[in-house]
Ligand binder design. Structure first.
Ligand code: NAD
Length: 257
């Protein structure tokens, strides 16, 4: 049994993943802005440092897996900069801060949540993606605010996927036996897509999102993929982005490989 850290553990995909890993007998440390073992605001560098310190102490300095689920959605009335701060820097800084604890597990694993919006939504602001990948948080937040949440969302998730691809093969990670991978979910039925306070017009538009499977995904279905990716069953996967979207990406990009 291992020690697994899940950000965004209080709701949706994070909560489903927490339940799945706990029922398998693992020790799970949840991190969220409220209602969790570690309460921290991952939109700020101070909140991320506090989360890393608390998790390191609670885990005894050994973490087998980290699943970064904390995120803000495009329909949530959130400024684009804050969305980028949580979705991209909240994941990257937690993974980096917990690297020593992951290394001590001698086979640690990190999984972040990207999104199928990275390949389905047109007009992603490339300069915002570049600022994220440069680690320039001030510029990225400024560009996110300028772009607004709807384009900032896929930009934050594309940057996260490319960060995984870039970093996974570096000595700092795989050289320390830490695997980095990502899931790119399609539309999943969680408060991010079904909360009553979402912009009503935009929420209605979600019903037209193309899903060959014919329905939204359930958080438990993503939790099953996350359990596989973060655990010992996926030891050959390093830098993989797994689309779990009911066929959306395959339908829209049949020959794009
Ligand atoms: P959710 O809203 O149910 O859960 C998000 C969690 O993140 C919440 O518990 C929230 O409190 C936490 N969070 C938000 N801001 C935070 C902050 N500043 N500090 C700490 N925690 C914070 O949404 P979900 O659908 O479960 O989303 C989980 C992840 O999956 C997100 O990264 C999201 O972008 C991604 N995703 C979701 C969908 C979908 O359709 N639901 C699709 C693709 C990707």
């Amino acid at each position: 049994m291992g020690t697994y850290v899940i950000t965004g553990a209080a709701s949706g995909i994070g909560a489903a993943t927490r339940a799945r890993l706990a029922s398998a007998g693992h020790t799970v440390i949840g991190v969220d802005i409220a209602n969790s073992d570690v309460v921290a605001d991952l939109s700020t560098p101070e909140g991320r440092s506090a989360a890393v310190a608390a998790v390191t102490e609670m885990s005894g300095g050994v973490v087998h897996g980290l699943v970064c689920c904390a995120g803000l959605g495009p329909l949530s009335h959130t400024p684009g900069g804050k969305l980028v701060a949580v979705n991209y820097f909240g994941a990257v800084d937690l993974a980096t801060g917990l690297r020593p604890a992951l290394e001590r597990a001698d086979g640690g694993s990190v999984v972040v949540i990207s999104s199928s919006s990275t390949t389905t939504q047109p007009g992603i602001p490339e300069h915002l993606v570049a600022a994220c990948l440069d680690g320039d948080e001030a510029t990225a937040l400024h560009l996110g605010d300028e772009a607004t949440a709807i384009p900032a969302y896929p930009a934050s998730k594309l940057a996260l996927a490319w960060w995984i691809r870039r970093e996974a093969v570096r000595a700092e990670w795989i050289g320390r036996k830490i695997r980095l991978n990502a899931v790119a979910p399609g539309m999943i039925d969680t408060p991010m897509t079904n909360a009553p306070d979402l912009d009503p017009e935009l929420a209605k538009a979600l019903d037209f999102y193309p899903v060959p499977l014919g329905r939204r995904g359930r958080p438990e279905e993503i939790a099953a993929v996350l359990e596989f990716l973060v655990g010992p069953g996926s030891t050959l996967l390093c830098g993989s982005i797994i689309f779990a979207d009911g066929g959306t990406d395959a339908q829209l990009r049949q020959q794009d490989w």
